[in-house]
Design a protein around this ligand. Structure first.
Ligand SMILES: [Zn+2]
Ligand SMILES: [Zn+2]
Length: 170
């Protein structure tokens, strides 16, 4: 029996770290949510999984996890158009608070667009609809925008590595 060919693929996917910076394996973190096998248990989990969907270009998941009211004004084409040129590099979740009737999550996400680095610093609002956490909207905080980061500066993701050896590698 030839089994050698299958092993590396499954080993790789079992150990790939989740894109949401949880330090957990992707298969044990956001993948089950993206595949619809598990529901997000709270707003932060949904936010993290939506970030992964952006990284992976899973726009159907992005669309499905918007609130019903927002979804009416959106389409896959619109989401793709906005996001196709964007390369997501890192996520840092800063806070998660329950509010009435939903929750807020504050995070920083870092991305490259047209050769330039950017920071998105957002306070997102979430609600529960029919037992599912959904994204409503986000407020962009003041320090959003272009990042000036040299290749020898420390990386924004908090790894203590130089940017060029970390998120700036590709
Ligand atoms: Zn994750
Ligand atoms: Zn980094």
């Amino acid at each position: 029996m030839v089994m050698g060919l299958l092993l590396p693929i499954s080993t790789f996917s079992m150990t790939t770290l989740c894109y949401c910076d949880s330090k957990l394996a992707f298969v044990r973190c956001c993948e089950p949510l993206l595949k619809g096998k598990l529901l997000a248990q709270n707003a932060e989990a949904l936010m993290r999984s939506r970030y992964c969907a952006y990284v992976l270009g899973d726009f159907q998941y992005i669309l499905d996890t918007y609130s019903q009211a927002k979804r009416r004004d959106l389409s896959l084409a619109v989401l793709q158009q906005d996001a196709n040129e964007t390369q997501w590099l890192a996520l840092q979740v800063e806070s998660h608070q329950l509010t009435e009737p939903g929750a807020t999550v504050q995070f920083s996400a870092f991305y490259r667009y047209d050769g330039q680095l950017y920071k998105l610093h957002e306070l997102s609002r979430f609600i529960i609809e029919e037992g599912h956490w959904r994204y409503v909207d986000g407020q962009m905080l003041d320090d959003c925008g272009k990042l000036r980061l040299g290749r020898n500066d420390s990386c924004f993701c908090g790894s203590n590595k130089k940017f060029k050896q970390c998120c700036g590698k590709n």
